[in-house]
Ligand binder design. Structure first.
Ligand SMILES: Cc1cc2nc3c(=O)[nH]c(=O)nc-3n(C[C@H](O)[C@H](O)[C@H](O)COP(=O)(O)O)c2cc1C
Length: 173
């Protein structure tokens, strides 16, 4: 797939089957995350965690559902990539870094035929439970700055994506 096709193929999946992604694909996706632009090249300010332990996934799902009891913010995904960061070179730059890292990983996943979704809700879930941060193994001073679910979608959910230019553009020449 060429890059533009992978960018177009990426869409948010909100229902996953139990089928796990392969270790090779996971490795390639995490590698793509590490190739992202990061402010000040401060790569050491971030850590990626690839979570496939069903018990930990369930605990994160439950913690993330507190604002909407009965919901499943992880949508049943068999893999959750958690991005942790400490404060970096400028205030709040870690959230922009997270956007770059996670977008790279989602496009790489699309290229490999793997479905994904950027999840903000599970970031709150993790950060509100110190026990979860401990289970994940965050170093001192690190918090979650973004997460991404991976897997194969059930196709039961409508796609929001269309071919049109979705953000208004002004050309200034
Ligand atoms: C920073 C960020 C956080 C998001 N968090 C969630 C989330 O917690 N739950 C969810 O269902 N979708 C979440 N999304 C997905 C967006 O709703 C989705 O990208 C948007 O509706 C556009 O659809 P598309 O990704 O299919 O193009 C998030 C997207 C971004 C970029």
């Amino acid at each position: 797939m060429n890059t533009l096709d992978a960018i177009k193929a990426r869409h948010s999946s909100r229902g996953f089957t139990d089928k796990q992604i392969s270790d090779d694909d996971l490795k390639a996706i995490l590698f793509a995350g590490g190739q992202a632009a990061v402010g000040g090249a401060d790569f050491k300010s971030m850590k990626l965690y690839a979570v496939q332990d069903p018990e930990l996934l369930k605990a994160i799902d439950e913690a993330s559902a507190k604002k909407r009891p009965g919901s499943h913010p992880l949508y049943g995904a068999p893999t959750l990539v958690v991005l942790a960061s400490k404060e970096s070179i400028l205030p709040s730059i870690e959230f922009t870094n997270a956007g770059c890292v996670i977008q790279n990983m989602m496009v790489a996943a699309a290229d490999l035929g793997i479905d994904s979704i950027y999840l903000w809700m599970s970031m709150y879930g993790i950060n509100e439970e110190p026990e979860l941060m401990k289970r994940l193994g965050f170093p001192e001073g690190f918090t979650c700055v973004g997460t991404m679910a991976l897997g194969y979608e059930t196709k039961a959910f409508p796609k929001l994506k269309a071919e049109e230019q979705r953000i208004e553009v002004e050309y200034i020449k």
